[in-house]
Design a protein around this ligand. Sequence first.
Ligand SMILES: Nc1ncnc2c1ncn2[C@@H]1O[C@H](COP(=O)(O)OP(=O)(O)OP(=O)(O)O)[C@@H](O)[C@H]1O
Length: 432
Amino acid sequence: MSGRHDKEKGVNVQVLLRCRPFSDDELRSNAPQVVTCNDYQREVAVSQNIAGKHIDRIFTFDKVFGPSAQQRDLYEQAVVPIVNEVLEGFNCTIFAYGQTGTGKTYTMEGECKRSKSGPNGELPPEAGVIPRAVKQIFDTLESQNAEYSVKVTFLELYNEEITDLLAPEEISRVTLEEKQKKQLPLMEDGKGGVLVRGLEEEIVASASEIFTLLERGSAKRRTAETFLNKQSSRSHSLFSITIHIKEATPEGEELIKCGKLNLVDLAGSENISRSGAREGRAREAGEINKSLLTLGRVINALVEHLGHIPYRDSKLTRLLRDSLGGRTKTCIIATVSPAVHCLEETLSTLDYAHRAKNIRNKPEVNQKMMKSTLIKDLYGEIERLKAEVYAAREKNGVYIPKERYYQEESERKAMADQIEQMGSSDRNPAEG
Ligand SMILES: Nc1ncnc2c1ncn2[C@@H]1O[C@H](COP(=O)(O)OP(=O)(O)OP(=O)(O)O)[C@@H](O)[C@H]1O
């Protein structure tokens, strides 16, 4: 895979298809099977009866995982190379897209409770992409004896509002009404990207720490579900891991390599496939998922090479702009059910995923930073935050709300910790 080639010509978004096994309910009701996978040929066939005629539609993807494919198979064949690229300094994104109940969360998270891990830290067979990626990242960094730092964020996007799934407990125990106030604003970062103001960035030192955070974040998602009817199927979650690795040039100069992995569990796609026919009524009922609709429009605009790509129309597409036609390497895992009662949605998912194969991104490895420049940037940021906090305290500047004050204090502390970590590794190079 030549870097220069990728940069000039671009690479297509990789699209995988996964079909889950029949559920117990479907087995009990003897639901007829309409989807057949040929993993080897990378093909999926869908049988339809149209006007008494039996018709098979066949779709080809970059990879196909039929009902018998295990979590490990999907990970080893599709995700290991992506995580290796993140460790090489690329930004990569994996989206799970499909109808509710087809296995998006199973694929992305699976069963990843620490209590179920094996004695040597090995993961349970049902662990999904996120815990496996975390394990691969730490195993690789540790085996390379590298000096590194890893930080994660975990957010949920529901009704165009961003909630922090890693926010401290006091914040998560608030009432629903208060929860609505806790939404975090999305802002331009001045470098052509966006940032979520006040999003908790946790610095983590081991895979097990991330598992604890994941459990906390996912539990928060589930708790909210009991309050907000069917929230899980209508909300998107975005788990991001950023890795900084120290490298030394032959001249002894210290450089920092940076890679980022975004793992996205999208809302159930049934919200959009129905919307075409009854958009007006569905919008009134609040059923339309603006982010998911805009994602579809952005994909169409990219595939049809339209001049205007409507990234700015939703938070999801603003957050993930670089993953769609940008410098990030992107993979979409489309999930479907094998049963007849999902036929319409299955065809819609397959059409959508097939179209997305035509998106071309221009992946570029992130530029390595001199360690001294990074530290200088971090100090600059601390000074800026300090000045804001001081102005607020003295009431001679712009007023900032209490919440933001605490957020910024914690951001400042996280940065100071990061600098401290770098400093201590300098003083004692033997420590990893
Ligand atoms: N490949 C698979 N193998 C075994 N079980 C699976 C598989 N995919 C999904 N399941 C099971 O099917 C059920 C629904 O899956 P899941 O909750 O992941 O769907 P989803 O697409 O994330 O739904 P939603 O959009 O509502 O969040 C779960 O009980 C899950 O364990």
